[in-house]
Ligand binder design. Structure first.
Ligand SMILES: [Zn+2]
Length: 373
């Protein structure tokens, strides 16, 4: 038995699942970050192998069941039963759900098991208030009010600036005057999808202020994601000035996903005490290399700065794989460290419990501690 087997998990970044049966193309589309199912066999990948190896037995199939058999069995059981089985088997106690993207119809994991908490996307708040008030200054004020209102009931804030203008966010907050000018141009162009770098920077600095006031971390998408982003613009090292300038802000920053820049993210967590690193989303995609990726993150990241998440989205298979692959690969890594006498069992347990739940709980003191080790 590995030291990770019984750890209660806080899934500190995930999304809702699809509340109906997906068709075959939709399911295949859920196994890739490419825009659509496309022409390639999406099952013929590390993630496809993981579904067959780890999810098939949860649906009473042999491990490595063929994709066709898996999809037939899934349809036979129905999405509700499949979701119930896959989510309950994760051992997740708390789900932090990014509500900025949700499938339709969607079901939040906390409605199935454990407790759910909202992660508020700051760009969505800005896009939601655009056009309501009549002047740029009034839009900025409305954003401030709305962000505080939404944040009061949330567990974290999140920015997707990586997808919009990239992670080169300035250390200093743009002046209100510059932000108003940027807001004016944005509202003139329709005030829909926010892409202006100045307005992004202003909203992110405002989110840091709100985070510091209310004790909420600000999560940044970094590293790979779907083909909407430019991987050249999402290395977390681009945030270096921003992190240097916010180190004494009182707000915590969480770098999500990070691959292939997880070593850079680990360095940032090493030098900035307010930075934590999460390699959710990565594990199911990197297959048997997950031990190495976890090991690389732990080269420099202080052990109390590393967080678990699944980034599960649409398919409950992804929430499930996030948890079982974390337990399997992190357990194997810690077993190898124990075998080499790198640490003792108590410290290995502390490390597993920390990454699985306690480090996230420390960032969210209002939630209380996870149930014992
Ligand atoms: Zn996400």
């Amino acid at each position: 038995m590995a030291v990770t087997d019984e750890v209660p998990l806080i899934d500190q970044h995930c999304h809702a699942v699809l509340a109906r049966d997906p068709d075959r193309d939709e399911f295949a589309g859920g196994l890739t970050e490419a825009a659509a199912a496309g022409t390639r066999d999406r099952w013929h990948s590390s993630l496809g192998l993981a579904v067959r190896r780890w999810c098939a037995p949860v649906l009473d199939l042999p491990a490595h069941a063929a994709p066709e058999d898996y999809l037939d069995r899934r349809a036979e059981l129905g999405w509700r039963e499949v979701t119930d089985r896959l989510l309950r088997a994760t051992g997740v106690e708390r789900w932090f759900v990014d509500t900025g993207y949700a499938p339709s119809p969607g079901l939040e994991p906390g409605e199935v098991c454990g407790a759910g908490h909202e992660v508020v996307r700051v760009e969505q708040v800005m896009e939601g208030v655009a056009g309501r008030p009549d002047s740029p200054a009034a839009v900025l004020d409305a954003f401030r009010d709305e962000l505080r209102d939404r944040a009061a009931g949330a567990v974290a804030l999140k920015t997707v600036v990586a997808y919009r203008s990239g992670l080169d966010v300035p250390g200093e907050c743009p002046s209100d005057r510059d932000a108003e000018q940027a807001a004016q141009a944005w509202l003139r162009s329709g005030g829909t999808r926010l892409t202006d770098p100045v307005l992004h920077a202003w909203t992110i600095h405002e989110a840091i202020r709100v985070g510091a006031e209310l004790g909420l971390p600000l999560q940044f998408h970094t590293g790979f994601g779907d083909d909407d982003l430019d991987l050249r613009e999402v290395d977390p090292l681009l945030l270096t000035d921003f992190l240097r300038c916010t180190r004494d802000s009182g707000a915590a920053v969480v770098l999500l996903h990070c691959w292939p820049f997880h070593r850079n993210a680990a360095y940032l967590a090493h030098v900035f005490d307010h930075v934590s690193v999460d390699i959710g989303l990565t594990l199911p995609y990197v297959g048997v290399r997950a031990d190495d990726v976890l090991g690389e993150a732990l080269e420099l990241a202080p052990f109390d700065s590393v967080l678990y998440s699944s980034d599960g989205n649409v398919l409950p298979e992804l929430h499930h794989l996030g948890a079982v692959l974390w337990r399997h690969h992190f357990g194997r890594l810690l077993d190898s460290w124990l075998a080499e006498d790198v640490l003792d069992v108590d410290t290995a347990e502390r490390l597993a419990f920390g990454v699985g739940a306690e480090n996230a709980a420390r960032l969210h003191p209002r939630l209380g501690r996870p149930t014992a080790r």
